[in-house]
Design a protein around this ligand. Structure first.
Ligand SMILES: Nc1ncnc2c1ncn2[C@@H]1O[C@H](COP(=O)(O)OP(=O)(O)O)[C@@H](O)[C@H]1O
Ligand SMILES: [Mg+2]
Length: 449
């Protein structure tokens, strides 16, 4: 029997992209089988049958599929049989050829460039699949199915739409005439498998000592900025640090698209809203930050600062709303400071640079900087203390760093080490009852994994 379990999400799946169907003749035979099954289904189902009854349609599909395979004497291995059947079900009931890609948890992005080209990202690497849509009509059909539940539609008058799949994956759709080679879908899948602190230690992103320090910093209400380039793991680390927030505090999260997954009971989640097609109705992160301050927060977690909200966050951090967490896009801890300066200027308050720097220096306590190394691994390459001002310059002091020593068999070699400097925020940690052993700040050679 094939595909008897309806809830096949949890079951191990055949590799959708390496199945028996190449781009040419294999594809044709797949299309032929699917068309027969679909045709038979429509012929056999009574006109009153409910196509919305997935359970029933699936049972009918399975029976018809087995009949067609037997009648046509189509030679398929067991794995091919399962895969073909699942694809047919997906084509008829789900998001067409991309349905199996959406279910495959090892795939992080699905990119459709017109009906004939479907790429995926897996382990940070893009690859083209053998899959494709039958034609533009089928592709537009899938697009409608994605955006319809959100009350949106995609057509010539609104050719670009942002949407979300029921599982939280983010979708962007853009169609002709703006997209020249056919409708495009870009899906950034919702990472279901979230990393825990132990996971990050296990994959070598940081050490247990660094986690201990960061946990103490979160609990002692230091203000922490996680910085790094695109896809370096900022949001993932923010999730981990947020998991250290105590259960008895009121936490307000503010994001562009909800990615944080907090398990505390008292969490209020806010999400910004992009403008609609007429360019109206936008609610910015900045507006949400200002609103959140009126909601009696104990902690504010901002998914990412990009603009004028930086000013409001600095002011909040400097006026009693300490213990905030956020991320920022940057190339180094020092660059983080420059970028925040620029963001504050975007608030349009015309503040002198020196005043901005003073605000930053007194608001931020810790910068945790991530990098994605050449072998694709993500590392916390620096934990820095923001110590204050010296003249016109903000003083940064490295506490931990990753030292890269070379590359072997394509894998980066190196180790994490403390710099030997005891952070001056230790007094604050101690008043909160955290007495970390002095030894964790001793520089030591530790072979990285
Ligand atoms: N420490 C890590 N090790 C390996 N993969 C990671 C790590 N952190 C994040 N990832 C993966 O990298 C991708 C981007 O992570 P994310 O946290 O969204 O990055 P950013 O917020 O910096 O853009 C996700 O697929 C995530 O699962
Ligand atoms: Mg992010």
């Amino acid at each position: 029997m094939i595909g008897t379990e309806r809830n096949s999400r949890a079951a191990p799946r055949a590799e959708p992209t390496r199945g028996g169907f190449g781009r040419t003749d294999g594809r044709q035979s797949y299309d032929a089988i699917r068309d027969k099954v679909q045709h038979q289904l429509l012929a056999q189902l009574s006109p009153s049958a409910d196509l919305g009854n997935v359970e029933e349609v699936r049972r009918a599909l399975e029976r018809i599929f087995n009949e067609v395979i037997t009648a046509e004497q189509i030679p398929l291995t067991r794995a091919e049989r399962i895969e073909t059947f699942e694809q047919i079900v997906a084509d008829i009931l789900g998001y067409g050829p991309i349905q199996p890609l959406l279910l495959d948890e090892t795939i992080t992005e699905v990119l459709v460039n017109g009906p004939n080209q479907i790429y995926i990202e897996r382990n940070g690497i893009l690859e083209e699949t053998d899959l494709r849509f039958r034609d533009t009509t089928e592709l537009m059909h899938v697009i409608d199915r994605i955006v319809a539940p959100l009350g949106r539609r995609v057509d010539e008058s609104s050719p670009m739409v942002d949407a979300r799949l029921p599982d939280g994956s983010r979708v962007n759709v853009i169609i002709p005439p703006l997209a020249l080679d056919g409708p495009c879908i870009s899906i950034r899948k919702f990472a279901k498998a979230i990393f825990s602190a132990d996971d990050l230690i296990r994959v070598g992103t940081l050490t247990p000592e660094m986690i201990d320090l960061l946990r103490a910093c979160v609990l002692a209400r230091l203000n922490i900025v996680i910085s790094g380039g695109t896809s370096t793991g900022k949001t993932t680390l923010l999730n981990v640090l947020s998991s250290f927030l105590p259960d008895n505090e009121r936490i307000i999260t503010i994001e562009d698209a909800a990615e944080l997954q907090l398990h505390q009971r008292h969490v209020v989640r806010l999400e910004a809203r992009p403008p609609n097609v007429e360019g109206k109705g936008e609610i910015t992160i900045r507006q949400l930050v200002i609103n959140a301050l009126r909601m009696r927060p104990d902690r504010i977690v901002v998914g990412e600062v990009r603009g004028g909200e930086a000013l409001d966050m600095l002011q909040a951090m400097n006026t009693g709303h300490d213990g905030s967490l956020t991320t920022a896009h940057s190339n180094s801890p020092r660059d983080t400071l420059h970028r925040v300066e620029t963001m504050v200027l975007m608030a349009g308050m015309d503040l002198p640079l020196r005043a901005i720097r003073e605000q930053i220096a007194s608001a931020f306590d810790v910068i945790v900087h991530l990098e994605r190394l050449v072998d694709g691994t993500r590392k916390v390459v620096k934990i820095c203390e923001v110590q204050g001002m010296e003249g016109d310059v903000i003083v940064l002091q490295d506490i931990f760093q990753y030292v890269q020593t070379g590359i072997q068999n394509g894998r980066v070699q190196g180790y994490f080490t403390a710099t030997g400097v005891r952070p001056s925020f230790m007094t604050k940690l101690e008043t909160h009852g955290f007495h970390l052993p002095a030894s964790i700040f001793a520089p030591m050679r530790k072979p990285a994994r």
